[in-house]
Ligand binder design. Structure first.
Ligand code: CUA
Length: 190
């Protein structure tokens, strides 16, 4: 290509150039500091849980047995009285599609993906995480108020992504079937 650079397109030389570079470096440093500050503030203020527990699982054999086999999906009451919810995320649904949990009881949610990366959040709570194939995502929370909440997938996972969500039904502890849930997984899926 021929010489097309005009003199007014040349970068500034000498002192002017250094001034521009210093200004650029300062504004970049400032934006990095602001972004880190936003991450620290939102993590502390909203109690976000990065999916940091490294538990691995073979995503291709979830249905063949083990923790995430069909009979184990739903809510169990552990010996210590807390609730453990197991879900599988797959294109394009969560199993079970309706999660039943008692209010005011510590809940540990354990999710595994059967195929690609999914995400989930529960509206109005601090629950928000990704579900990466090959790993178990664990989130702990306590739902304070009874009511129905939506749990959409928030990672684009394919053409059916926007239709991928579950209900979370939080019921008063008096209405939760604690005895049943000690023996088998319970849910509100039809
Ligand atoms: Cu699963 Cu989007």
């Amino acid at each position: 290509m021929a010489e097309t650079l005009h003199s007014d397109q040349q970068p500034p030389h000498g002192e002017a150039g250094e001034r521009v570079e210093r200004l650029w470096a300062r504004s970049m440093t400032a934006s990095i500091v602001v972004l880190i500050g936003v991450i620290v503030f939102t993590s502390a203020h909203w109690g976000l849980h990065p999916p940091s527990r490294l538990e691995t699982i073979d995503s291709t054999t979830l249905h063949q047995g083990g923790e995430f086999s069909e009979a184990n999906l739903g809510t169990f009451i552990a010996p210590d009285g807390s609730a453990v919810v197991r879900l599988v995320a797959q294109q394009y649904a969560f199993v079970p599609s309706c999660v039943l949990v008692p209010a005011g009881v510590p809940v540990t949610m354990r999710l595994a993906s059967a195929d690609v990366v999914h995400g989930f959040l529960i509206q109005g709570t601090n629950v928000n995480a990704m579900v990466v194939p090959g790993y178990v995502t664990t989130v702990s929370t306590t739902f304070q108020e009874a009511g129905d909440r939506l749990m959409p997938c928030h990672e684009f996972c394919g053409v059916g992504h926007q239709a991928m969500w579950a209900h979370v039904r939080i019921v008063d502890a008096k209405q939760f079937p604690f005895e049943d849930a000690k023996a088998k997984a319970v849910s509100c899926a039809g």
